[in-house]
Each structure stands twice: as structure tokens, then as C-alpha cells.
Write a protein of this length. Structure first.
Lengths: 97, 123
């Protein structure tokens, strides 16, 4: 029953990502999109339990455009088509914006 | 996948009441669902918990006080109202709401309850 969380705001600017983490469950999927890509280097990212099997994804162009470095051992780099597919393979979508 | 008969919709409120229209928009949608006898659950998280706190009066700052309409939830059969305990304590608020049927849930219970819904609309 995974939930797809689309995170579109920087945690440096809003509480949205923190609220997303409050309701995050094992096996959920996160996509960092738009200013949400800045969260890759926010300290909150380290609070995600590595044992919780959370899938972390970043929209390629959104991170590239912002010159955000991506640790490819931690994040899958995806495009908009992949995002659409994720909406089909998960049970619900919550957009944090 | 579930059948359409038991699809559950949740509204996740995350904004304080008076500085934007998010809370009012969420309320309108909740009441429309209620009018058509469609099940709807309301969740309050983050600054959204301020919408439920007792003693508010928007008229002092010339804002139409939509919070008073929350009292009508019972007539619309909106009974599932959940609030995140962690958001409450982060804001040093105590359990003192202007409506009665609020269920305060710990973080994981709140997450589990939200995940029991098929559609989540966040305001």
C-alpha cells in the first residue's frame, strides 16, 4: 500500500517536507520535484530511516537546472514519464506544495 | 485495487486559517462531499491544527470567520476528524478545540489513518 509523496517545496523555506516525513510509512516513494530538490542537502533528509525501504527519486531536469548534486547511490534520477508511471504503481499520491 | 464504492477521500489541512483561502476552500469541498452523502475525512497537520483551536475570532481582523461553520460538520455527517498530536505539541497547544468530535492521534496512527484513504487532497 505505498504512498507516492511528491515534494515540491524546499524545507529551508517551508514545513511541507517535515510534514511529509511525519506521515511517511515503510515502502513509501518520494519524488523531489521543483524546489523540493533542495531537500537533498537539507538535514531532514538524514532523518529518513534507511531500514524503512523508502524509494527516493529526483526529477532530473529540476535538479540539474538548480545545480544540485545528486548522490546516485541514494537517489534514482527520473523524468516526467517515470513520475507518471509512479502514480500508477502506487496506491495514492500526496502532493506537498 | 478497490472498487469505486469504498473509495475514501481525505482532506489534509496544513495551513493556518486567516492569511490565505486554503482552509475555506477545504471546508467548501468537505461540505459539498457531505451534501452528496459522500464519505470524507478531515486531517489537520502542521499549521492546519490552528484551524481547530478554541477562542479564535476572525472578525477582529475583518476576515469572514469560516471556522464557525465547522459546527455544521455533524449535520453533514462529517465525523472523521483527525489531528496530529506531534503538530499540536510542536506548537505548545493543548487539547482545546471549538468542535467536539476531534480525534488526536500520535504520529504513526495519524500516518496509518491517512494511508487508509485512497485519495488525499492537501490544502
Amino acid at each position: 500500500m505505498p504512498t507516492l509523496h511528491i515534494v515540491r517545496q524546499s524545507a529551508f523555506n517551508s514545513d511541507d517536507f517535515a510534514q511529509c516525513l511525519q506521515v511517511l510509512r515503510n515502502n513509501d516513494v518520494i519524488v523531489f520535484s521543483d524546489d523540493g530538490c533542495y531537500n537533498l542537502h537539507h538535514k531532514l533528509i538524514n532523518t529518513i530511516d534507511s531500514k524503512a525501504s523508502i524509494q527516493l527519486n529526483v526529477i532530473d531536469k529540476h535538479a540539474q537546472a538548480r545545480a544540485i548534486t545528486i548522490d546516485e547511490s541514494l537517489y534514482s534520477i527520473i523524468n516526467m514519464n517515470d513520475l507518471v508511471n509512479l502514480t500508477l504503481t502506487t496506491d495514492r499520491v500526496i502532493t506537498w506544495q | 485495487m478497490s472498487t469505486s464504492e469504498n473509495k475514501l477521500t481525505a482532506i489534509l489541512n496544513a495551513k493556518a486559517p486567516y492569511s490565505n483561502a486554503a482552509g475555506k476552500d477545504a471546508l467548501d469541498i468537505a461540505l459539498i462531499f457531505g451534501s452528496f452523502e459522500q464519505a470524507i475525512s478531515l486531517f489537520f497537520q502542521g499549521d492546519g491544527v490552528y484551524q481547530l483551536m478554541q477562542g479564535q475570532n476572525g472578525t477582529i481582523i475583518s476576515v469572514k470567520d469560516y471556522l464557525k461553520t465547522f459546527a455544521a460538520f455533524e449535520f453533514y455527517d462529517i465525523e472523521n476528524i483527525y489531528l496530529c498530536q506531534e503538530s499540536l505539541s510542536q506548537r505548545k497547544l493543548s487539547v482545546d478545540f471549538h468542535i467536539e468530535q476531534v480525534q488526536v492521534l500520535a504520529k504513526t496512527e495519524f500516518a496509518d489513518k491517512l494511508a487508509a484513504h485512497h485519495t488525499v487532497l492537501r490544502f
